[in-house]
Design a protein around this ligand. Structure first.
Ligand SMILES: [Zn+2]
Length: 177
C-alpha cells in the first residue's frame, strides 16, 4: 500500500474529523456503466449505480475521510489512488478499516460518528439499521456510537434529480489515556 510521510503525532485530547463524498449515478449495464449501489456496505436494489474506480460506496468514503481528517493524515484519494489497479471495484470496507487502524495507531479511540446520506432514491429507511450495524462492526465500536441519517435533495439539482449520491460524515475521537 502506498503511504505518505506520517505527519506529527496528534496530542490533543479530542479531535474532530469531517468527510464528504459524491458519486455520479448512472444506469446499470448495459444501459450505462453504473456499479451496484452500495451504501455503508449494504447493496441497495436500484436501477442506477455509482461511477467509481472502487465499489463507489460514498458513505464509507466520507467516513474514511472523516477518520483520516481527524488525525490529520492524507485523505482517501491520496492513500488509495484511483489509478491503482489493486483498487478496481475494491470493497470500501478495506479503506475504512485502514483509516480506523490509523486512528488507533495514533493512540485515539472513536467516540462517535454522525453521517448524512443524500439520495433521492431508493429510500434509506428500510436499510438504515443494517448500515449502522455494518459500520459499527467495521469500526469495532458499538452501534450506539454510530448514527446515519437519510435525506433527499427535494428534486432539485443533480442530487435531487437522482444523478448523484452525496454523503457527509463527522467523527469525534479521544486520545487514549
Ligand atoms: Zn467516493
Amino acid at each position: 500500500m502506498s503511504d505518505n510521510p506520517t505527519p506529527a503525532r496528534p496530542t490533543q485530547p479530542f479531535r474532530i474529523g469531517h468527510g464528504y463524498d459524491l458519486h455520479r449515478l448512472e444506469p446499470r449495464p448495459p444501459a450505462g456503466h453504473g456499479k451496484p449501489l452500495v451504501v455503508g456496505g449494504v447493496t441497495l436494489d436500484h436501477g442506477l449505480g455509482p461511477i467509481a474506480h472502487s465499489d463507489g460506496d460514498a458513505l464509507l468514503h466520507a467516513v474514511t475521510d472523516a477518520l483520516l481528517g481527524a488525525i490529520a493524515q492524507p485523505d482517501i484519494g491520496q492513500l488509495f489512488p484511483n489509478t491503482d489497479p489493486r483498487h478496481e471495484s475494491q470493497d470500501s470496507a478495506v479503506f475504512l478499516e485502514e483509516a480506523a487502524r490509523r486512528v488507533r495507531a495514533a493512540n485515539y479511540d472513536i467516540l462517535n460518528l454522525d453521517a448524512t446520506v443524500i439520495l433521492e432514491q431508493p429510500k434509506l429507511g428500510p436499510v438504515k439499521a443494517q448500515i449502522r450495524a455494518r459500520i459499527a462492526q467495521l469500526l469495532a465500536i458499538d452501534e450506539s456510537q454510530v448514527n446515519i441519517k437519510g435525506k433527499t435533495h427535494e428534486g432539485v439539482d443533480a442530487v435531487g434529480e437522482g444523478r448523484a449520491i452525496e454523503t457527509h460524515a463527522v467523527v469525534l475521537i479521544a486520545r487514549r489515556i
